[in-house]
Write a protein that binds this ligand. Sequence first.
Ligand SMILES: [Zn+2]
Ligand SMILES: [Zn+2]
Length: 263
Amino acid sequence: MWAYLVTLSVLGGLVLYFGFAGALYYAFYVRRRDQPEAWKIQPKRFLSQKVHRWAMLIAASNLMFGGLLSGSFAYYVLTGGPVALYLQVDDYGWAYTVFSTVVGFVLVEAGAYYVHRLFHNRWLFRKFHRWHHRCVAPTPFTATTIHPVELLFFQASAFLPAIVFPMWAGSFIAILVYVLLFNIMDHSGIEIRHSFPWQSSSRYHDDHHVHFHCNYGQNLMIFDRLHGTLRRQKRRYGVTVFGGKGTPAGEEHDGPPPFVDYS
Ligand SMILES: [Zn+2]
Ligand SMILES: [Zn+2]
């Protein structure tokens, strides 16, 4: 059963990723390549062919590695490993299932924020997270272009809520699929606004690749707002400006300037 679950996770991840990212890439980077001003967040910047190929190779390797971890985790759950997930909605009822899906989503988001912020520490950034930031103008294929050590941390932070917080297994899978698909859109380089009120626009993460040490969140901006790491207007950011809060361009007599609007 373990081999079956791992194969299913690896193939599912690859098909979902390359199917969705490929469709976005074809629709914009191939068919509308000559009019980037109309759709691209950074219209003058494209990845070189060399970095593009490298990014796709790393992304594909990570999907296989991630599939191995996810399939093994599913095996652990299905063979009775101690987790808080439940398989039948009736065990807790619909009201709790809806509530716990929302909480589970926020917990996964919290994990992603704090792990990502940790990897923006000076040493970890240079050692590992720099891989992801080679993609200064991200494309749909760069969502999982990260160092494998970092992937381990992100996977662990995503699995942790399922171990400690009672949540329906179907909700947990839906959250992981949601995170993957929105990560692809957030890295697409395409200007996308979503109709979900909680979901930031794709510019929020694209700006993370432009300005480096700010906007650490994944889908929600609540943790960036809470810690003041959301990009602020008039502040300077860049690869050498660590800490997440930028540097003031001048005196800030009226307190810190407002955050940039990414709704
Ligand atoms: Zn980063
Ligand atoms: Zn990114």
